[in-house]
Design a protein around this ligand. Structure first.
Ligand code: UTP
Length: 247
């Protein structure tokens, strides 16, 4: 089975990167000579994705100005609107009306290298019996991630941003997933959780409780969640130092 569709949530407010984000969507801030979200788009095309759905907020117009139809990057890009910032799960649900097959989700403000990480994640998913695959890695700060409780390749449970005492491991979700359309049903059953938002972690937990195969795959390499000015600097420092390498 080939995975041809990708969804990129980019409808957040980016308050931690203000005041830049008063004028520019966070996802368009540069890492090297590309917007951070363009690195995600490139990873998707490298993984064989042919159609990308970018989720924007009603006031975020810059993204379609930047990418247009996607033709220049060799991919077909559509835009869907998340009417209100209600959380990541709600952003994914915004793509339901145009997604009817297995698809990948990568956050639009996350920088990964090497870009083959996504092909590896999708290959793992298609070679397994997973309904959902969550990309994870060892994280220092469990309070910034959805933390899994692993058993073999399976996720037994998953908690969004637990306290260090409550974390069942140091394996944290990195913002890259593969889902079947079953996730949309799980999202509809999801109640507001951490910070009153619809958390994707809680929707995945619903799938686990319903007996779905929810697996994880470790992602090697660099991952920087470009959420704060410090993260933006760190991503650029890393990129400028390694730009001639295999990134
Ligand atoms: P963040 O958790 O960093 O939220 O979103 P944010 O609103 O962008 O930033 P802050 O917290 O105000 O500084 C992670 C990714 O998920 C998207 C964001 O656009 C970002 O790419 N997102 C988040 C949505 O698309 N919709 C949401 O409701 C929440």
């Amino acid at each position: 089975m080939l995975v041809k569709t990708g969804l990129i949530p980019a409808a957040g407010s980016g308050t931690r990167l203000g005041p830049f984000t008063n004028a520019i969507p966070k996802e368009l801030l540069p890492v090297g000579e590309k917007a951070v979200i363009e690195h995600v788009v490139c990873a998707m095309t490298l993984a064989g994705i042919e159609h990308i759905v970018i989720v924007v907020s009603p006031s975020k117009h810059g993204l379609s100005d930047y990418f247009g139809s996607g033709k220049k990057l060799g991919v077909n890009i559509s835009y869907v609107v998340q009417d209100e910032r209600k959380g990541l799960a709600d952003a994914v649900l915004a793509g339901e009306h145009i997604i009817n097959d297995t698809f990948t989700v990568v956050l639009g403000d996350n920088f990964f290298a090497p870009k083959t990480f996504l092909k590896d994640l999708i290959d793992f998913h298609t070679g397994s019996s997973a309904d959902t695959t969550v990309g994870v890695s060892e994280v220092e700060d469990v309070t910034r991630h959805g933390i899994i409780n692993p058993d073999g390749q399976r996720i037994l449970d998953m908690v969004e941003k637990p306290s260090p005492e409550d974390a069942k491991s140091h394996l944290g979700a990195l913002g890259a997933y593969v889902f079947t359309p079953d996730i949309f049903d799980a999202i509809r059953k999801t109640k507001p959780g951490y910070k009153g938002e619809l958390q994707l972690t809680d929707s995945i937990m619903t799938q686990i409780l319903e007996g779905k195969n929810v697996f994880y795959k470790k992602i090697d390499g660099i991952h920087i969640d470009v959420g704060t000015p410090k993260d933006l600097m760190r991503a650029n420092e890393w990129y400028l130092e390694h730009r001639n390498g295999d990134i």
